[in-house]
Every structure is written in C-alpha cells, then in structure tokens.
Design a protein around this ligand. Structure first.
Ligand SMILES: [Zn+2]
Length: 279
C-alpha cells in the first residue's frame, strides 16, 4: 500500500510538476506571436524570438541606468519592439549595452536596429571575421534546413539578410570585463564549441551566466546545428566555463529553458554523445 502511494505521488509529479525550477517564468510582455519577454528574476529578462527556431537573448539590469543585452533577437524588426518596450517600461534615460556572443543570426541579427538607436554593440574581432568569411555559407546551410511552404518567408529573409558587425571589437583571447556604473560583466571565451567564436557572458552580482549556444537546455537531446562547431573541443571548453564560474546559479542556454549549473554537465554529455555518433 505504502509503495503504491509513493508510486502514485511519483506519477503525479511526473505529470504535473514542472521539470525545472525556471520552467514557468512570468511573461513580462508578448510583443509578437513569436517574440516573448519573460521575467526570470528581478532585473533579469529572457527574450525569446522564434525565427523559426526559438532562440534566447538575455537582458540584465546592472544598476539604475545600465542594462546589458547578451545577444539580440534574429531580426531588426523584433529588436526594435524589444528596445521600444524597454524604453517605455524603464524610461528613456536607461542605457543599453549589447554583447554579441557569436556570428550567427540568433546572436547578432538585430545589430542593424541597435545602430539606429545608437546602442553600442560589443563583439570579438573573430566574430567580425567569421561574419565576413563564413556567414553566407552558414545561412545557405540553414536555408537548406528550412523546408516546406510554411518556411518560405524565413528562406526569403535568410537569403537577403543584411548583417551589421559589432561596433566595438575586442580580442577574443583576452578576458573582457565591462564596467558600467560600478557593476561589472565578464565576457569569456573558453575555446571552440558550437562555433569557433562563441563567448559566454557572466553577471557576477546576479550570479547569472548566459551560456549562449554552447550550453544546451535540459531537454536537448542533440547538439543542435553543428555546421560550424568543433565537437572534439566543445566538452573541454564547457569544463573551463564550469570551472571559471562556480558561483553561477542561473544558467541560460542559447535555446530552450534556463536552469542551473547542471546544464553545463548535461551539455558535455550530449555533445560527447553526438561526437560518438559521428565517429
Ligand atoms: Zn543558436
């Protein structure tokens, strides 16, 4: 009887309990059908843009004036809606600083819009170089994945997409610390992963780590798009991230739901499995 009760409770939990502590964050704004802002915790907002794959960018308020945005939505149009919403909600005197964590469309597709608002964008020189030399090929591979009539609008948009590189460039091999009104943000490159230029962004005051596409969500069963990845070195790079930020409490992947530091271990396992499958 007792065992049955335990089984019933376990069954109930399996069906009804949220899979992770951050499974159901509050929706702060629904800006379009495919563009949602979630409040993960005070002053930490997750922006999800599905274009067509749901991708994350993270807005963190450091202090009264300064916000940092790690990555952008995929398009200038979606980026405009988020910027307008942010200024409307928090006042036009706030300052936004953008950090691009890689050269893919889900990292910096919105840069062109940020230029119009004179919002500074930071990214590595390697990101600028890959944008020049590799982006066309990557976009062509993505167009190949976008099959069927329902994806025609995305294929068209991807084909004619105009990228803007970040306006402030840094050397990816050196750890970057941005100081904004007394608070700091760290940009760290652990080595090649999902791409050769992906960097993570850490907010020490909030203990929040934006892991970009090198960190996978808890329900991810594959490494995702690996056309630009270094599967062999990816796990080792993730170990370096875990070692560098042992205090990270909230970890935000490039796609899917946020979680805790266990997402890094999980990503290592998934990438190692993907590598074995390819060998
Ligand atoms: Zn991505």
């Amino acid at each position: 009887m007792k065992r049955r009760a335990v089984a019933l409770i376990a069954g109930y939990c399996f069906l009804h309990c949220p899979p992770a502590a951050f499974a159901q964050p509050r929706v702060a704004a629904q800006l379009m059908d495919d563009l949602t802002v979630y409040e993960l915790q005070k002053d930490v907002l997750l922006v999800t843009h599905s274009y067509p794959w749901p991708g994350n960018s993270l807005l963190v308020r450091l202090n009264r004036t300064n916000w940092v945005w790690a990555d952008t939505p995929c398009t200038p149009e979606a980026t405009r809606l988020v910027v307008k919403w942010l200024y409307m909600k928090y006042g036009e005197r706030i300052r936004i600083t953008e950090i691009n964590t890689g050269f893919h469309i889900d990292n910096l597709g919105g840069n062109r819009e940020l230029l119009k608002w004179k919002i500074p964008t930071y990214g590595s020189s390697l990101t600028c170089e890959l944008l020049r030399t590799k982006s066309k090929k990557t976009m062509a591979k993505m167009i190949d994945l976008l099959r069927g009539p329902e994806n025609e609008k995305y294929r068209d948009a991807y084909r004619s997409f105009v990228f803007s590189p970040p306006t402030n460039r840094f050397d990816i091999t050196k750890i970057q610390t941005l100081r904004l009104g007394g608070n700091t943000v760290e940009i760290y490159f652990p080595g090649p992963t999902h791409t050769f230029d992906n960097v993570v962004v850490y907010f020490p005051d909030k203990r929040v780590l934006f892991g970009t596409c090198m960190v996978l969500a808890a329900d991810a069963k594959s490494a995702g798009y690996t056309g630009d990845a270094d599967l062999a070195r990816w796990p080792e790079s993730l170990r370096k991230v875990a070692k560098r930020f042992p205090r990270a409490a909230l970890v935000v992947p490039g796609h899917g739901e946020p979680g805790g530091p266990e997402l890094i271990e999980h990503s290592i396992r998934v990438v190692e499995r993907s590598r074995e499958c390819q060998e």
